[in-house]
Design a protein around this ligand. Structure first.
Ligand code: AMP
Length: 470
């Protein structure tokens, strides 16, 4: 038996069966470290990002410990909330809840998710029927507590997931209120991508003698990502994105911005300029956000403009390119942002547009990455010297010509786009297909399709191969 085999854990049969059905062969590092600690009833302070398998790392041992309460009674009183999992965004809550459901599917333990932007009524009905595991965003949970739909006096386990994000969003007062409703005698698990002083303070107030587990270093970037920093004044940034997308033949990309307002505005401008663009930010309704994501996953849009908060932890892992339209306020977000590309050995491109006012943010980034960052000048297309083309430019020009020949439908990326008079080649209508990967980590392979689509997110007709979560 390998050291990281799930069978080493002696999980109860219904849980072991669920894990086997998920196709997981071995534990991920966070699972290997956290599961035994949670099974032993200790508090945990875990530094792990989404994508590391952290949901199973806390869900499986929690479910195992809750099995002693399992019962088939239909009485709500027999199904009080025993475990509470708090997350900063609706999408994350939804993702985690789906996973919990899958792990618990052969047990009589019930789970539910509540988050804002959706009708309270169905959530209320589910809560009133009784659930052992409640996944929630803080604001909506407080609404349900106030409406007396959720009673938390029998909670034994609390998970504060993506805790740094919750603090960034300003959820600290909500968290403090929620935690005040819970029994003092409980197990608390806190997961965060970083251990900032605020997180440490939160942990020291609410965790008891926690075991610290760290599986990923937040200040490293994958070597497979080609990183460029271009000096571009704010007014020219959109033009820079258009040019790079066109020159590099980029099929899909994330474009990160620092503010919600900037996010909506940029998406609208890029869309007007002919790039198929959608935006993801906290001011959109739940329905709009799910639609935006869905369209991107299906390959119907090329650019997804997002804030860090909105994009954090989403199950969209491998885009060909990431643009940092704004240099991130938190240097660590740079690592999260560009971690969306170049995964598992595939090559990726990360372009950061640096304006003259970004000096301090760039200094922070250099400190985090522990290297000097070279900022390049951008060579604008229309400043091409006539009659002399260097190799790089020739390659781009040749690529342009090849596209002209095959009448590639993405010609709307061009400023001088011709009307699409020629018949379209269906091949180029396909969503992006990532290159075959030889180096996918074993634990990332064989994920069942069932983990990809939420019950709350309408089933997709066709999901781009890019987003198979491998
Ligand atoms: P998470 O970090 O919890 O969001 O998990 C990221 C993805 O990894 C999810 O799609 C999980 O289904 C998957 N996953 C979690 N644990 C394992 C494992 N041991 N082997 C393979 N895939 C896993």
């Amino acid at each position: 038996m390998s050291d990281s085999a799930f069978s080493k854990l002696s999980l109860a049969e219904p849980l072991a069966r669920a894990v086997a059905e998920m196709g997981y062969e071995s534990m991920t590092p966070i699972q290997e470290q956290a599961i035994p600690v949670v099974l032993a009833g200790r508090d945990v302070m875990g530094a792990a990002q989404t994508g590391t398998g952290k949901t199973a790392a806390f869900s499986l041992p929690l479910l195992q410990r809750l099995l002693k309460h399992e019962n088939a009674s239909t009485s709500p009183a027999r199904h009080p909330v025993r475990a509470l999992v708090l997350l900063p965004t609706r999408e994350l809550a939804d993702q985690v809840a789906q996973q919990v459901k899958l792990y618990a599917k052969h047990t009589n333990l019930r789970s539910a998710v509540v988050f804002g932007g959706m009708d309270m009524k169905p959530q209320t009905a589910e809560l009133k029927r009784g659930v052992e595991v409640l996944v929630a965003t803080p604001g909506r949970l407080l609404d349900h507590i106030e409406a007396k739909n959720a009673v938390l006096n029998q909670v034994e386990y609390v998970v504060l997931d993506e805790a740094d994000r919750m603090l960034d969003i300003g959820f600290l007062p909500d968290l403090q209120r929620i935690l005040s409703y819970l029994p003092k005698q409980r197990t608390t698990l806190l997961f965060s991508a970083t251990f900032s002083p605020e997180i440490k303070r939160l942990a020291s107030s609410y965790l008891q003698d926690p075991v610290t587990i760290e599986v990923s270093r937040p200040n490293t970037t994958a070597s497979t990502v080609e990183q460029h920093f271009y000096s571009v004044p704010d007014d020219d940034k959109r033009r820079a994105v258009r040019q790079i997308v066109r020159q590099r033949g980029i099929t899909q990309a994330f474009v990160f911005v620092n503010s919600k307002l900037g996010c909506a505005r940029l998406a609208r401008s890029l869309e007007r300029e002919g790039l198929k663009t959608t935006a993801l930010h906290g001011d959109k309704s739940q329905d709009e956000r799910l639609k935006a994501l869905d369209a991107f996953k299906k390959g119907e849009v090329d650019l997804l403009v997002a804030t860090d908060v909105a994009a954090r932890g989403l199950d969209i892992k491998d885009v060909p390119a990431v643009f940092n339209f704004d240099v991130p306020f938190n240097a660590e977000d740079y690592v999260h942002r560009i971690g969306r590309t170049g995964r598992a050995g595939a090559s990726g491109l990360a372009v950061t547009l640096v304006s003259p006012s970004d000096t301090r943010l760039m200094a922070d980034l250099e400190k985090l990455l522990k290297r000097k960052i070279e900022i390049e000048a951008i060579e604008w297309d229309d400043e091409r010297p006539r009659g002399r083309i260097n190799d790089g430019r020739r390659a781009w020009r040749e690529e342009d010509e090849r596209r002209d020949e095959r009448r590639e439908p993405r010609q709307d990326f061009r400023r001088d786009a011709r009307p699409p008079s020629a018949p379209k080649d269906p091949f180029f209508e396909q969503p992006y297909e990532p290159p075959a990967r030889e180096e996918a980590p074993a634990w990332e392979a064989n994920k069942p399709a069932s983990t990809r689509v939420s019950a709350n997110i309408k089933p997709k007709r066709k999901v781009a191969a890019l987003f198979k979560s491998e």
